[in-house]
Design a protein around this ligand. Structure first.
Ligand SMILES: [Ca+2]
Length: 342
């Protein structure tokens, strides 16, 4: 087929597809379940969803595309905000009180929750704040070039200085650093790594219970604490891999995170926000705890606690259209736009 003819047919197909499938980019509301309350007294609630940046700190303040969910009893109503203006519009009954959640699929933002008490008026604006510990939202960067608080690459086949291995069972199945089963580094990291391996041939009677502890860490003055590491947790048997934290130098512990299993054997880069446990704690310890019987292994490498100051930087979230190159009046849906950042 002649290329020009093909291009024209393709354009016509796209136009026809657009005619049947296009949805307005303006805000829309959708009733998930019918409202059962006074249908004669609804109000049109409008407002904007905006970038709130670092809560109590710097922000860009630009509009954000987000999903707003209003729940009152069994009634749930949703709306989407416009990516260009942040505007949303939704029909609600202001005799009711609604729980509101506002979330965006844009990387690095926390979900905002609020309550809309009965008698509310329009407009209502909502801010979305960046997760400071992750500091991965467009337009924000963490670290500020400062050295990480902790960075461990397990480059020797021995316990790193300041770290400790806890044998909670009286057997030799504890954290090792010399790749005892010669599996190689499956974390995505290089060289040696830390591993606890429960592969015990034909013997499911051996209980494994071992912790790998960081040095005691001082987070005084740190409002946010995040833990990054490379991981490969192949789960089997009764084995569990968890992150525990202590705020008294290792005397008492609480569970912070359960590792998801990774039986596809793919490296799992982890980035956990531990601020709720460890912010401003002066005697913090983090433990990688491996327990259970007759499973596979957990490998970790490149354990990092960045100096997580999160700052506003140039750049940020952008919105625009992708147009048909043959007809600039045609906007294309579902196109993927990539930048150097994402
Ligand atoms: Ca390594």
């Amino acid at each position: 087929m002649n290329k020009n003819v093909f291009t024209k047919i393709l354009s016509i197909l796209i136009v026809l597809g657009m005619l049947f499938s296009i949805v307005p980019m303006t805000a829309q509301a959708e009733n998930i379940s019918p409202q059962t309350n006074d249908p004669n007294a609804p109000i049109t609630l409008t407002g904007k969803v905006l970038d709130g940046g670092i809560q109590g700190g710097a922000k860009h303040g630009y509009p954000l595309m987000a999903t707003l969910t209003f729940t009152s009893g069994a009634t749930t109503v949703t709306a989407k905000s416009d990516p260009f203006s942040g505007d949303y519009s939704v029909q609600l009954d202001n005799n009711l009180t609604y729980d509101v959640t506002v979330e965006t699929h844009i990387e690095g933002y926390k979900t905002t929750t609020a309550q809309l008490a009965s008698g509310f008026t329009s407009p209502q604006n909502y801010n979305l704040y960046v997760n400071e510990a992750l500091c991965s939202a467009p337009g924000y960067e963490g670290g500020g070039g400062g050295a990480p608080i902790l960075f461990e690459t397990f480059d020797t086949p021995n316990t790193p200085i300041g770290w400790t291995v806890q044998p909670y069972e009286t057997n030799n199945f504890v954290w090792k650093f010399n790749d005892p089963f010669m599996r190689g580094n499956l974390t995505g990291g290089d060289g040696y790594f830390a591993t606890s391996d429960s592969w015990v041939p034909d013997d499911d009677s051996i209980n494994i219970d071992t912790g790998l502890r960081t040095p005691v860490l001082n987070f005084t003055g740190k409002e946010v604490v995040s833990l990054k590491f490379l991981s490969n947790f192949k789960q089997g048997g009764t084995v569990a891999a968890t992150i525990r934290v202590s705020t008294d130098g290792g005397q008492t512990w609480q569970l912070a995170y359960n590792m998801p299993e990774d039986n596809d054997n793919q490296p799992q880069p982890m980035n956990l926000d531990l601020s709720e446990f460890l912010a401003n704690q002066s005697a913090a310890v983090i433990e990688f705890l491996y327990t259970g019987r007759y499973g596979w292994y957990w490998q970790i490498d490149n354990v990092e606690i960045p100096d997580a100051a999160c700052n506003r930087v140039n750049g940020g979230v952008a919105a625009g259209y992708v147009l048909d190159a043959n007809n600039n009046n045609v906007k294309l849906l579902g196109a993927k736009v990539k930048t150097n950042a994402n």
